[in-house]
Design a protein around this ligand. Structure first.
Ligand SMILES: C[S@@+](CC[C@H](N)C(=O)[O-])C[C@H]1O[C@@H](n2cnc3c(N)ncnc32)[C@H](O)[C@@H]1O
Length: 370
């Protein structure tokens, strides 16, 4: 490997460690990303800090032993971490199947801290460690608005969104995930944080099935978290889920589970995901990708797309049947009732804001501020 590249890599490691250690220690968090494939033509890996450990995830299938040693050596000398605490993981390209595969029978488990809450991590068994570091600011956002809210966490994985929201005073959090392994992992995280499952159920079920049942039972939530897998075809589901194909149908169904002014946090890691806002009615939609991208990640080399959708009772929906047509008629009536001077003015102001924001977006990137 070119000596200049290694020098640049070391510089990034040192700089990002110092910057992120400061930012995240203020948030009482000891796990964060340090290197995010900035030099991916030569050094195609990510480097994450998990308390005293460094985890290198390599994306280059053809890496030489020599280059691997150079990367490990750079982490050793610049991140103040002994070699026995540096973990190397190879991430193989996925061929259209679930990404949560077992890598190794041996597991290195430890507890890390995020916002003062404790989470179990496994550094070696799978590519994913049990805590998605890219969602840290999204979890912070949800925690900040969680107080006294009824929350539904779909595809809940090991329950990090749920734990942070419950500790911040959510009235209830219902978590749904298909996998027994991850539901049990979430239970262990609940125990570590003194959370009672009786008030915050963890349901082992296909999300699509859960949504259909909840709609029939007229269940309502204030916040729905929906961090979807790009692709899911488990034996336990009746259908295959593909985010780009199914997101409209999924989000459309979630509207029925929301209280008035309720929100959905929707995110995906599908690289080329396109959100066609014109296909989805009944919501105000904000793209929060830049706002929620954590320090240490770069949009250029990291495929995260996230959105906040707010239920808007004055937005019409696509009407496929008589009930939905009636819904639209009622909206029209209510809209007319409310279209007094202030209401119209507010909508006009909203519209103008969107227009100016669109112009501004080209030059201004707003970071998420705490
Ligand atoms: C949180 S999502 C992953 C999101 C992450 N951004 C990514 O791309 O990997 C992963 C979780 O979804 C769960 N999952 C996948 N398909 C599911 C389904 N149809 N119903 C419920 N849970 C599902 C898996 O068991 C896993 O815990």
């Amino acid at each position: 490997m070119n000596i200049q590249i290694i020098k640049d890599f070391k510089k990034i490691l040192k700089k990002k460690l110092l910057e992120n250690r400061k930012i995240f220690s203020q948030l009482n968090t000891n796990c964060y990303r340090i290197y995010n494939r900035q030099l991916k033509d030569s050094i195609n890996c990510t480097v994450d800090k998990y308390d005293k450990y460094i985890r290198i995830t390599n994306y280059n299938d053809d890496i030489t032993t020599e280059d691997k040693e150079l990367i490990i050596e750079s982490c050793f000398s610049n991140l103040y971490t002994p070699k026995d605490k540096i973990i190397w993981i190879n991430k193989k390209k996925r061929v259209d199947k679930s990404q949560h595969e077992k890598l190794s029978e041996e597991s290195i488990k430890l507890d890390v801290v995020e916002f003062g809450n404790t989470f179990e991590i496994d550094l070696t068994s799978r590519v994913d460690t049990g805590l998605f570091l890219d969602q840290v600011y999204a979890r912070k956002y949800i925690s900040e608005i969680a107080y006294d809210k009824d929350i539904l966490n779909l595809f809940s994985y090991t329950g990090a969104f749920s734990v942070d929201a419950i500790i911040n005073g959510a009235k209830s959090v219902t978590s749904v995930d298909l996998s027994k392994t991850y539901c049990n992992w979430q239970r262990r995280n609940y125990i570590k944080n003194n959370i009672l499952e009786s008030k915050n159920p963890i349901i082992e079920k296909d999300v699509i099935k859960y949504i259909d049942e909840a709609k029939k039972e007229n269940k309502k939530f204030d916040i729905i978290i929906c961090d979807v897998p790009s692709f899911s075809n488990s034996r336990k589901t009746e259908t295959v889920f593909k985010v780009q194909r199914d997101y409209i149908e999924l989000l459309d169904k979630l509207r029925y589970l929301l209280n008035e002014n309720g929100i959905v946090y929707f995110s995906t890691n599908l690289e080329n995901f396109i959100f066609n806002k014109n296909k989805l009615n009944g919501y105000k939609i904000e793209n929060t990708t830049r706002k929620f991208l954590p320090d240490g990640f770069t949009k250029k080399s990291y495929p995260l797309h996230c959105y906040i959708l707010t239920k808007d009772k004055f937005r019409k929906i696509y009407a496929n049947n008589n009930t939905e047509k009636k819904y639209n008629k009622n909206i029209k009536k209510e809209y007319k009732k409310n279209s007094n001077h202030t209401y119209k003015k507010n909508r006009k102001e909203d519209f103008n804001k969107v227009k100016t924001n669109k112009k501004r977006q080209k030059v201004e990137i707003k970071p998420y501020s705490f």
